[in-house]
Design a protein around this ligand. Structure first.
Ligand code: ARG
Length: 473
């Protein structure tokens, strides 16, 4: 005889009903219901396999599949409010199976043949990560697109680059924008490598040791149409959360990149810099200081990176003490994975909107562009082309910069050819002429870059063209 509704499948062994506090404590359906599509798809594959090997009939399979599809349509419609989500049933797996059995009777009681919640949850999570990856890459690509479009709007803006937050060399502003795009593009590649390892699906591993029934996990894996293989080792498959760690690590890397970008733009938005302007709709003001225009969204993106790092650390810490095999600690993984993913995907959407609204402010950048001797390296390289060893050229230019500062000149281009030659003569027989001025001044310098990936000249144009082709913009 069938057990009554809401009665747990293990009630025969446990002498009393779960304590009310424990019931609330142990449940996960309030958050793991998000796995319902994967849970149902894997159950349909499992039932199809069971029918194929003769453990259930074709009629049972048909009834199970129909029931599960009905349930899926209802959850699609009702979301977390679906009536079948009952905390006393603990998790998504029990809720779906219990509702199925309630609806279709005996065939529903056969679905769990040769399987355990331990391989079920590991399977669902694997499939969830596998499919979520795609949307995450789409969001990253959208963000890359906004940086590429900003680069295209900024090809005529020349600005300083910074190392140690001190003026370094002049760059096309668009090249910095493409630097951010590149970080996020590598994030896409990182996420895509996740689909290359860990490709054996836990389904069919049972609770830990597999099963004595003649199931065929290769068929179930194949039915998922994800390219997954059957389990290599049932113990490892039910115990491992490596794919989850890889996924959260990939999220943490995205969060890190977002945070660095946010930090840079927060600095650029200060009155001291004024290099970047973003739309007012992505700023807030102060309740006390009427003049304020604060980059709160950028600050929150920077701040939330801390949450995602915390998620990675939490997951790694949960795993470090677990003996091989399923342990209930593993239930916490889903909270962490969903939270890391939600945080990162919301930040990506916010970031794309901000970048879309942004422009480099040439009117603020230009007036100080010739400050900080941005062309010093270019001058040293010019001397190299005249036959002076780089180390000697470096020393000569250092002397010339010191000379400028002593004479209250703010730029190397203010020095005469005679002065250049006078300093060169202390170290070399080479002499130069007025052609040197073509290597001086930020705008001249950015045109001279020729190494692969450089921040101006043809390499920049090539990068931009390649991006536009890659993204179809
Ligand atoms: N809700 C559990 C989890 O998320 C499912 C597996 C529970 N298995 C068990 N034997 N208690 O990990």
């Amino acid at each position: 005889m069938a057990e009554s509704k809401n009665e747990k499948s293990w009630q025969a062994r446990i002498s009393e009903a779960t304590d009310a506090i424990a019931q609330e404590f142990v449940e996960s359906v309030t958050y793991d219901w998000r796995l319902y599509k994967q849970d149902i798809a894997a159950s349909i594959a499992h039932a199809t396999m069971l029918a194929k090997v003769g453990l259930i009939t074709e009629a049972d399979r048909e009834t199970i599949e129909k029931g599960l599809k009905e349930i899926e349509a209802e959850i699609d419609r009702d979301g977390a409010k679906w009536a079948g989500f009952k905390r006393e049933l603990e998790d998504i797996h029990m809720c779906v199976e219990s509702e199925l059995t309630h609806r279709i009777g005996e065939p529903g009681r056969k679905l769990h043949t040769g399987r355990s919640r331990n391989d079920q949850v590991a399977t669902d999570l694997t499939l969830w990560i596998f499919s979520t990856r795609v949307g995450l890459c789409d969001s990253l690509r959208d963000l890359c697109k906004t940086f590429v479009l900003l680069a295209e709007r900024s090809t005529s803006v020349v600005m300083p680059s910074f190392t140690h937050l001190q003026r370094a060399q002049p760059i096309i502003a668009g090249a910095e924008s493409l630097a951010w795009a590149r970080l996020f593009e590598v994030d896409i590649a990182r996420i895509n490598t996740l689909s290359k390892c860990d490709m054996d699906l836990p389904l069919g591993s049972g609770a830990i040791a597999g099963t004595s029934l003649p199931i065929d996990p290769a068929t179930s894996a194949q039915l998922m149409k994800t390219g997954h293989q059957p389990p290599v080792n049932s113990i490892e498959r039910t115990a491992s959360r490596d794919a989850a760690c890889d996924f959260v690590y990939a999220c943490a890397m995205i969060a890190q990149h977002l945070s660095r970008w946010a930090e840079q733009w927060i600095i650029y938005m200060s009155t001291e810099f004024g290099f970047i302007k973003i739309a007012d709709r992505y700023t807030t003001s102060s309740s006390m200081m009427p003049q304020k225009r604060n980059p709160d969204m950028l600050e929150l993106i920077r701040g939330r990176c801390g949450n995602v790092y915390g998620d990675l650390f939490a997951l790694m810490t949960i795993l470090k003490g677990l003996p091989i095999g399923y342990n209930r600690d593993l239930q916490e993984d889903k909270r962490i994975i969903f939270r890391a993913y939600d945080t990162v995907s919301q930040c990506l959407t916010m970031a794309a909107a901000i970048v879309n609204s942004a422009n480099y402010d040439q009117s603020r950048i230009e007036p100080t562009l010739e400050r900080g001797f941005l062309d010093a390296t270019s001058l040293a390289e010019y001397l190299v082309t005249k036959g002076i060893p780089f180390r000697t050229a470096h020393h000569i230019v250092g002397t010339l910069v010191a000379r400028c500062e002593k004479e209250n000149k703010h730029a190397l281009s203010q020095l005469s050819v005679e002065t250049f030659n006078e300093v060169i003569a202390t170290r070399s027989d080479v002499r130069i002429d007025a052609q040197v001025y073509e290597a001086l001044g930020a705008r001249n310098v950015v045109k001279r870059y020729q190494s692969a990936g450089a921040a101006g000249g043809r390499p920049f144009e090539e990068q931009l063209a390649a991006w536009k082709k890659r993204l179809g913009v």
